[in-house]
Design a protein around this ligand. Structure first.
Ligand code: NAD
Ligand code: 44H
Length: 473
């Protein structure tokens, strides 16, 4: 790999940037995607009044705040192509970072500031606190109930509601809320969650005000962004000569499609390659079912066959076969998307998955399966069931998860899932029989009663249970 010399500072005057966006959840993806798009504009001298103020709501986010502060909130973004091409950029669009557990009032006052016109989120699927049973915001969650009674909230919806309440009291128009998480109808989900929270916590008409006044454009986001580790820090040091405590490494591909509904304005994102549309749903369905669904299809079989990296898994014929068959099933549930050749999109996906240089791990994809399998994978089989079609590959992908989960629990560990205790209970109830997990996991819904799905799932379990870890590749 050969890289050009990258300056340690962005090539624009950051003193002149003023805040316009608050972003909750400054993880690797925000830094490879939304912050990168804004940086593209700043390099052209536009959007100087849309600087990003990052916010961390979790205690562990203090580390990101400290690292960024140490680096004047700048960091190195390295795009690694599959053919060895390297593009490195020093990103300067984040101008501050607030840590809510340390100073919640600073966050609330910033949310109430008229300068802030957009609040965006990357808080993972789990951050939306959706009930498994109803698919809606879970108002019975103990943390939500506690937050509804707190003067100074701690959760994302508590913070947003309190910030918007201050604005309403002060006669300041509400900011636009933009979810950038991989969730079907992410703006709609955020609206329903925030309104539900406001109804629980405030009896002064705040919920109705939010429902009537706040815009929640839906968005589709895409860029494969692995976790940063020592190897990535070393790469930045060795290749670029830069000491960066928390660089971001990602693929060259990036896409952002957003519904153009911003009452208080927005950066001229279209100048940076963002697609502003009336309806994001077709783009979102394509991306979540084809890309994220494939990630789910490869993750658990990949782990069972002993793979560490995604490109390794995608070099294993057994994994590729499952992913290709899953894609055949998924493609039939994706309607045409304006301006996109779906066959070419699918081929490009396989190339992206094969990128050996970004070192994306199978483990990252296999985190929080109980959020991701029902969101990305099962809707394919559910749609096909309604159309009278079978989905054996989707069932086999879910079977790989079940076998992996039983192995994880039996080996004394736990699946890397925020609901690990529920999985462990289901494994215990089923007598460690992976086939028994289907009936015990509500999120399979009607598929549990579909004989063809059950048969393919059980067959997958029998087949995958014979895999000797480490035999793959
Ligand atoms: N990494 C990718 O390839 C990628 C690509 C597209 C979309 N995304 C979306 O971005 C999300 C984050 O990915 P990442 O790679 O940045 O992960 P990350 O682990 O680097 O960062 C996650 C961030 O979410 C915050 N968070 C988690 N739970 C929260 C909660 N309950 N309340 C408030 N904040 C919470 C954390 O504080 C952290 O800042 C994904 O879950 C996905 O929805 C990621
Ligand atoms: O980030 P998640 O949890 O929604 O899903 C894991 C991966 O599928 C995801 O991060 C992809 O890499 C990403 O969606 C690519 O744009």
């Amino acid at each position: 790999m050969v890289a050009a010399v990258v300056p340690n500072v962005p090539p624009y005057d950051r003193e002149d940037i003023t805040p316009g966006i608050m972003h909750i959840g400054v993880g690797n993806f925000h830094r490879s995607h939304q912050a990168m798009y804004l940086d593209r504009l700043l390099r052209r001298g536009i959007a100087m009044d849309w600087g990003i103020v990052g916010v961390g709501l979790l205690p562990g986010d203090a580390r990101m705040g400290a690292v960024l502060r140490e680096q004047a909130f700048t960091y190195t973004l390295v795009e690694l192509a599959g053919d060895g091409g390297v593009t490195a950029t020093r990103i300067g669009s984040i101008i501050d970072h607030l840590h809510a557990p340390s100073d919640p009032i600073a966050v609330l006052e910033s949310l109430a500031s008229p300068a802030i016109r957009i609040v965006s989120l990357t808080i993972t699927e789990g951050g939306y606190n959706t009930s498994e049973a109803t698919g809606e915001f879970d108002g019975t969650d103990p943390e939500v109930l506690a937050d509804a009674r707190r003067v100074t909230p701690r959760t994302v919806f508590g913070m947003l509601a309190a910030g918007l309440r201050r604005r309403r009291e002060r006669g300041i128009a509400p900011f636009t809320v933009v979810s950038c998480d991989n969730i079907v109808g992410n703006g709609d989900v955020t609206r329903r969650a925030l309104v539900a929270f406001a109804r629980l916590a405030h009896d002064d008409g705040l919920a109705e005000w939010i429902e009537g006044e706040v815009a929640f454009p839906n968005s589709m986001v895409d860029r494969i962004t692995p976790v940063t580790g020592d190897a990535e820090r070393a790469l930045v040091r060795d290749l670029l000569g830069i000491e960066d405590a928390w660089p971001v490494v990602c693929e060259p591909f990036a896409q952002w499609v957003i519904e153009d509904d911003f009452p208080l304005g927005r950066p001229a994102w279209e100048e940076a390659g963002v697609q502003l549309v009336d309806d994001v749903a077709p783009f979102e369905r394509m991306k979540l079912r084809l890309l994220n669904g494939s990630h789910q299809a490869m993750a658990y079989l990949g782990l069972l066959r002993g793979h560490t990296f995604v490109n390794e898994a995608m070099g294993d014929p057994a994994v590729v076969e499952l992913v290709e068959h899953y894609l055949d099933e998924a493609a039939g549930t994706v309607p045409p998307v304006a301006g996109i050749d779906l066959a070419a999109y699918r081929m490009r996906l396989m190339e992206r998955f094969g990128n050996a240089n970004i070192r994306d791990t199978v483990e990252r994809l296999a985190t929080d399966a109980t959020d991701r399998i029902p969101t990305f994978l099962l809707p394919v089989a559910q749609d096909r069931l309604r159309a009278g079609l079978a989905s054996p590959a989707t069932a086999r992908a879910a079977a790989a998860w079940a076998v992996h989960s039983v192995r994880a629990v039996r080996s004394g560990g736990a699946p890397n899932d925020r609901r690990a205790d529920r999985i462990a209970a289901a494994v215990a109830e089923s007598g460690a029989d992976a086939a028994g997990l289907l009936a015990r996991c509500e999120w399979f819904g009607a598929l549990r009663d579909d004989a063809a799905f059950v048969e393919a799932f059980e067959q997958g379990v029998r087949e995958f249970a014979t895999i000797d870890p480490g035999a793959g590749g």
